[in-house]
Design a protein around this ligand. Structure first.
Ligand code: HPA
Length: 305
């Protein structure tokens, strides 16, 4: 962590204030869309969109398959904000930038963060096109000393040593599982452990075997930094991975992975993915508008317009 990577409270506030001025929406649910999954925002009604390049202090997205805009709107009767495209460490961003939007969402009044990603499967019984509700994670860069919360702690966001044993909300995971049964797609659903790796190179065979021994079910290059920062500032988290490929664990295997096949599986499963998230959002229990507005005015010194 370099001192230049630190982002001060006022910078998050400036961005939140700009957005609160530009949009009439007051989102309680924030959604981060992974590679090829950004179409979800297109189903929002009463949309208002902001390109990352136009939002003060926002990093810019550089990966194909990520639109690079923030979309506000209504989904299943709830006000949401959706990131079409996220920031990754492999693009060269420090983790404070990767996670910048999460604290902004908190300042906008969000209570729940939904994170989605494309991931490779390590578990033998997962197939491309399956979904995995994230029940826990392994933060590989974190274990090696790279965590978005490094540096001085700002108590206005959260405590110095946040608990992570309850990172993924169990009630929300159960709700998603019930919804998939009702949607008759529970044969595609798993619950498992997601491992965050830095990327951008995919795993070697030896790495894949190691991850399996560690108890990993799916591996990807995102999500965990955002979840850590979300839990630190008190957001409830639901995470789901779309399995886009099997990670090769045998030297005689002919399976290889590329970014295009990752995006294609996203397109193939867009319909089910959107229905699942829409149904979940529709059933979320959130605070009333009055309570939420109290919360926003407590966190931000700004007039909520
Ligand atoms: N490994 C890491 N990240 C990924 C993969 C993978 O196989 N597939 C999609 N994202």
């Amino acid at each position: 962590m370099h001192s230049t990577d630190m982002i001060c409270y006022e910078t998050y506030l400036e961005t939140a204030e700009w957005l609160l001025m530009k949009t009439k929406h007051r989102p309680k649910v924030a959604i981060i869309c992974g590679s090829g999954l950004g179409m979800l925002a297109e189903t929002f009604t009463d949309q208002e969109s902001f390109k990352y390049t136009d939002i003060p202090n926002f990093p810019k997205s550089t990966v194909s398959g990520h639109a690079g805009q923030l979309v506000f709107g209504e989904l299943a009767g709830k006000t949401c904000v959706c990131m079409q495209g996220r920031f990754h460490m492999y693009e060269g961003y420090p983790l404070t930038k990767v996670t910048f939007p999460v604290r902004v969402f908190r300042l906008l009044g969000a209570e729940i963060l939904i994170v989605t990603n494309a991931a490779g499967s390590i578990a033998d019984d997962y197939n491309p096109g399956d979904f995995m509700i994230i029940k826990d994670h392994i933060n590989m860069p974190g274990m090696a000393g790279l965590n978005p919360l490094q540096g001085p702690n700002d108590e206005r966001f959260g405590s110095r040593f946040p608990c992570m044993s309850d990172a993924y909300d169990r009630a929300l995971g159960k709700l998603a599982l019930n919804i998939s049964t009702q949607m008759d797609c529970n044969n595609l659903m798993h619950e498992g452990v997601y491992c965050y790796v830095g990327g951008p190179s995919f795993e070697t065979i030896a790495e894949a075997c190691l991850l399996q021994k560690f108890g990993v079910d799916a591996v990807g290059m995102s999500t965990v930094p955002e979840v850590i920062v979300a839990r630190h500032c008190g957001l409830r988290v639901f995470g789901v991975s779309l399995i886009t490929n099997k990670v090769t664990k045998k030297y005689d295997s002919i399976e290889v992975v590329d970014h295009e096949s990752v995006l294609n599986i996203g397109k193939m499963r867009a319909g089910i993915f959107q229905s699942l998230i829409m149904e979940l959002v529709g059933r979320l229990k959130l605070t009333s508008d009055e309570e939420a507005s109290d919360l926003r005015s407590m966190i931000t010194p700004y007039q909520v317009v």
